[in-house]
Design a protein around this ligand. Structure first.
Ligand SMILES: Cc1cc2nc3c(=O)[nH]c(=O)nc-3n(C[C@H](O)[C@H](O)[C@H](O)COP(=O)(O)O)c2cc1C
Length: 160
């Protein structure tokens, strides 16, 4: 029996997702993109799992630098999430919309976000149109413990 493509789409879209801005840095060049395919993968050590589109510009940066920062968005930061998934003129242009500082791994931490997790890549699976990165959380900065933004509340879909 063949895969029921419609059922697969409906069912995969039932997986609940948060919304994050994943920031990266290579030398002086910074970038960030909206990510939803993110979950925790281990308590000890603390691991996160994130799928990154192979054709995106951050994919190569993460592969080469083995690090990224997951900025957890506040419930009311949908507009900022939109800035970070739309195409940009030049790398780093998205950061004109928000203030940031650099964390322990020299990665951009968005000052308006709930906080940021600076992570070191410890493994990856390159298969399909996204690469699944597994990364250890090395540093965590909490700015404000408030409700986070989730994909369902935005009316957007990414999945299926
Ligand atoms: C709601 C939503 C969720 C997204 N989630 C992811 C994701 O989990 N992983 C990913 O690689 N791209 C995701 N994207 C797409 C990226 O944000 C988008 O391709 C971005 O332009 C990539 O930026 P870059 O090419 O500068 O890295 C998502 C887009 C939207 C609209």
């Amino acid at each position: 029996m063949e895969l029921d493509v419609e059922a697969k789409k409906v069912l995969l879209r039932k997986i609940p997702h948060g919304l994050f801005i994943c920031t990266v840095r290579e030398g002086d060049e910074i970038n960030g993109f909206t990510a939803s395919w993110v979950t925790q993968g281990s308590f000890v050590p603390p691991l996160v799992v994130m799928a990154v589109r192979s054709e995106g510009s951050s994919h190569g940066t993460i592969k080469r630098t083995s690090k990224f920062c997951l900025n957890v968005l506040r419930f009311d930061q949908k507009d900022l999430a939109a800035v970070f998934f739309k195409p940009q003129k030049g790398l780093g242009g998205r950061f004109e919309s928000t203030s940031y500082s650099f964390g322990q791994l020299d990665l951009p931490l968005l000052e308006d976000a709930i906080g940021g997790l600076e992570c070191k890549v410890v493994g990856s699976v390159e298969h399909g149109d996204h690469t699944v990165f597994v990364a250890e959380v090395l540093y965590a900065k909490l700015n404000q413990d408030v409700e986070s933004l989730n994909l369902a509340s935005t009316g957007w879909t990414y999945g299926g």
